[in-house]
Design a binder for this molecule. Structure first.
Ligand code: SAM
Length: 264
């Protein structure tokens, strides 16, 4: 079965992603950025991190690539409206990138590898287009590290169901802890790793995003037809998320894993 991008492109999902910046989500990679670099952001989505990358490497060129044309349009429009001129946004797939060998000084990829069925193949492609001595930086969540309180049964079920959905779509919600191994397996060296937590604020943003995606799985993933669940459970999980998000003591910290590695 082919991989499927679990979050989808609803306005809820996009608003959720579009709050990210280089400072909030890509800080681990900042020490490796130099003015004049030729940098690729792979799976750039709406481009909010990409624009921060572009500013950090100016007058170098930031290329953003995403397999979804709607994301490329949003990123290109934001770049234009914010007067960031050293960018080039293109539609493309990480498994087959439209660049010659040894094209980039650095490659960044945020929140993509958890959605890939063939991460080693994808990294091989990144390695091909990286110059010798170039650096790759990846950051992905690990859903095994979520800290969530209070415990509400329907909220627990919702998180379990979302992770399971991710796996049915041939993604890996636990890829964060594997990033180091993946880089090593693909021949990268001098690998460094970190981990950090993101505390979701406001809780309604994560709750709305997950709740909507879970409910949409009836149509998007034919979850009821396939006998994975029923409409009542989907509604209960979605309502459970909303109830949880309004709790005065609600807390959700997401674990993120970060790696860099070099091509010799
Ligand atoms: C979770 S979003 C992350 C967007 C952005 N990097 C961020 O963190 O805000 C993942 C993005 O990867 C893109 N994507 C998924 N599979 C892809 C593939 N095989 N090749 C290129 N892009 C892909 C999706 O379209 C989506 O825009």
């Amino acid at each position: 079965m082919p991989e499927k991008y679990t979050p989808g492109y609803s306005s809820n999902a996009m608003n959720f992603m579009a709050k990210r910046t280089l400072d909030s989500h890509g800080a681990f990679f900042k020490p490796y950025l130099r003015p004049g670099m030729n940098l690729l952001d792979c799976g750039c989505g709406p481009g909010t991190i990409a624009l921060g990358l572009a500013k950090a490497i100016a007058p170098g060129m930031l290329t953003g690539i995403d397999r979804e044309i709607s994301q490329i349009r949003i990123a290109a429009e934001s770049s234009f409206s914010q007067g960031v001129s050293n960018t080039n946004f293109l539609e493309g797939n990480i498994y087959s990138l439209p660049f010659p060998d040894n094209s980039f000084d650095a490659i960044f990829s945020h929140a993509l590898f958890e959605h890939l069925q063939e991460p080693v193949q994808a990294l091989g492609e990144l390695r091909r287009i990286l110059k010798p001595g170039g650096i790759v930086g990846l950051r992905s969540p690990d859903w095994g590290g979520c800290l969530i309180t209070p415990t509400i049964p329907e909220m627990d079920k919702a998180i379990t169901y979302y992770k399971w959905l991710h796996e049915q779509n041939n993604g890996n919600p636990y890829v964060g802890r594997e990033l180091r191994a993946l880089l090593r397996e693909t021949g990268f060296s001098n690998i460094k790793v970190w981990a950090s937590y993101e505390c979701y604020k406001p809780l309604s943003a994560i709750a709305e995003y997950l709740g909507e995606r879970i409910k949409a799985s009836a149509k998007e993933d034919q979850a009821v037809e396939k006998g994975w669940t029923d409409e009542r459970s989907l509604t209960a999980m979605s309502n459970g998320l909303r109830e949880w998000s309004q709790h005065p003591d609600g807390f959700f910290a997401q674990a993120w894993c970060e790696v860099v590695g070099y091509k010799n």
